[in-house]
Design a binder for this molecule. Structure first.
Ligand SMILES: Nc1ncnc2c1ncn2[C@@H]1O[C@H](COP(=O)(O)OP(=O)(O)OP(=O)(O)O)[C@@H](O)[C@H]1O
Ligand SMILES: O=C(O)C1=C[C@@H](O)[C@@H](O)[C@H](O)C1
Ligand SMILES: [Mg+2]
Length: 174
């Protein structure tokens, strides 16, 4: 059985972009917890947070993680998925976990060029690119704790995919 592959990391590290291409390379399905949440609630992240607070969003995020978990699936997770210990444990038990790691100034640049504010409302009240340094400092140990492998996400997506395949000893299907 092919275990699910979970991509974790901060906003803008490329979980969705790399995840879609990785799933094609492996012939796996692709799921994204943020997209699942938006489809199942018919609301954006910003709307859910406005209605239910971050606590409500985080509870729904855990449900999405369970709902999308399946064999032979690449799963892009929300940037805050690792905040809950039970999510970190669940991902490590169910599959292989890859941390797409990049410094905050690179992530900030990517977010500034494509903010998608409905999907990425501010976490601290400050502009998202500005808060990224603090968020990464707070969360780096959680990403490290959850991950089986850390991959350099500053490379072009195809190189990121090759590094993931190497770290998992998997070959391309196409
Ligand atoms: N390896 C890469 N090199 C250059 N640009 C990238 C790379 N990966 C992603 N990007 C760009 O960065 C932006 C954010 O990427 P993406 O939406 O995949 O991140 P994400 O990790 O899914 O973010 P979120 O946690 O908010 O869902 C997009 O504009 C994407 O094109
Ligand atoms: O880093 C975070 O906490 C988040 C990242 C996004 O993927 C979304 O899950 C949401 O905007 C929260
Ligand atoms: Mg994404």
């Amino acid at each position: 059985m092919s275990l699910p592959i979970y991509l974790i990391g901060a906003r803008g590290c490329g979980k969705t972009t790399v995840g879609e291409a990785l799933s094609r390379a492996l012939g796996y399905a692709f799921r994204d917890t943020d997209h699942h949440l938006q489809l199942s609630t018919q609301r954006s992240v910003a709307q859910i947070v406005a209605d239910e607070g971050w606590e409500g969003f985080r509870a729904r995020e855990t449900e999405s993680l369970k709902a999308v978990t399946a064999p032979a699936t690449v799963i892009a997770t929300g940037g805050g998925m690792v905040l809950a210990e039970h999510n970190r444990r669940f991902m490590r038990e169910q599959g292989r976990v890859i941390w797409l790691s990049a410094p905050s100034h690179i992530l900030a640049q990517r977010l500034e060029s494509q903010p998608e504010a409905a999907q990425r409302p501010t976490l601290t009240g400050r502009p998202i690119a500005e808060e990224m340094g603090d968020i990464l400092r707070e969360r780096a140990h959680l990403y490290r704790d959850a991950a089986h492998h850390e991959v350099n996400a500053m490379q072009p997506p195809e190189r990121v995919i090759d590094e993931i395949l190497q770290s998992l000893s998997l070959a391309r299907a196409s």
